[in-house]
Design a protein around this ligand. Sequence first.
Ligand code: SAH
Length: 345
Amino acid sequence: MSDITDILSLTLDDLRAYIDSIGERPFRAVQIFRWLHQKRVCGIDDMSDLPLGLRERLKSDFDFVRIKPVRILKSESDGTVKLLYELCDGNHVETVLMRYEHGDSLCVSTQVGCRMGCRFCASTIAGFKRNLEPNEILGQLYETERATQRKISSIVLMGIGEPLDNFDNVVKFLRILSSHEGTDMSLRHVSLSTCGLVDRIYRLCELNLGLTLSISLHSPYDEKRSELMPINNRYHIPELMKACRDYFDKTGRRISFEYALIEGENDSYDDAKALVTLLRGMPAHINIIPVNKISERSYRSDRASAQRFCKLLCRLGANATVRRTLGADIDAACGQLRREYEGIN
Ligand code: SAH
């Protein structure tokens, strides 16, 4: 990666400050921003109403690099598309386009690899390589819309990486995405999933961006959660729950809890009862996912068990659903496509 900022990573305010610093007239900032994020040009020379001198200046001051889809897998059964993107330094990340009744949703990656070490997750096995820059997160949206000719109406930050471990770049991405002069996506249509970096949840809460927070919980017990998710050794469940309550009080946004069901680990009647007790009084939704198999671990589950556990939670008074299984015919747990392509072991 070069040290020069990619022009796609600039917020409108960044661009205004830059335009001011080179003595150009202020309206140029919005003009450039629209070319980038609305018309989505492929190069600075395509900004046809900019003076030649300014185009040359932009080319010498910024990079403008596009990420490339190197594999595209399409589901025959439900319209899911999995894309593997190559970044300019040769690293790869995964993006998944999912079709729902209310429109198409895109699951984007925020880091190359991950340092959180969750035991059941394929993205973390080969460790962490680097954070994605805002342009590389946005690029997943722009290039997927271009490659599939589909219009994406919502985004989930649930691909490879821990979004709150790449806080500043993720917030920049959100600001650019929601800018009226750009894609103009309401952040009500964005969900951010985190393993529970409590200090960052508070920072996010302060920004009051209006997005939906998804917490990867996976167990109501500290001991079991610490075994499955090392981050729980840093922030225990009571601390995490307090942050969630504060997030709801401040933003009014209901919180979503992810629960990857793993046979013999977190699927007992006691687990269900403890989970409902933990979330009682909090406007919450529990999303149950039968754990995806990864080759290094023997964790397993199936849809029928997930449905049974879900029914149990509902009977106990919780608001829970089983996540729809999408793209079963191109199935690969998150992070596996990249590993297979790069031959990471
Ligand atoms: N780091 C973030 C977002 C990426 S993971 C987080 O932890 O939330 C997205 C979701 O997939 C998380 O809920 C994660 O716990 C879950 N996940 C990871 N590996 C999985 C697997 N093998 N089976 C089911 N869910 C998994």
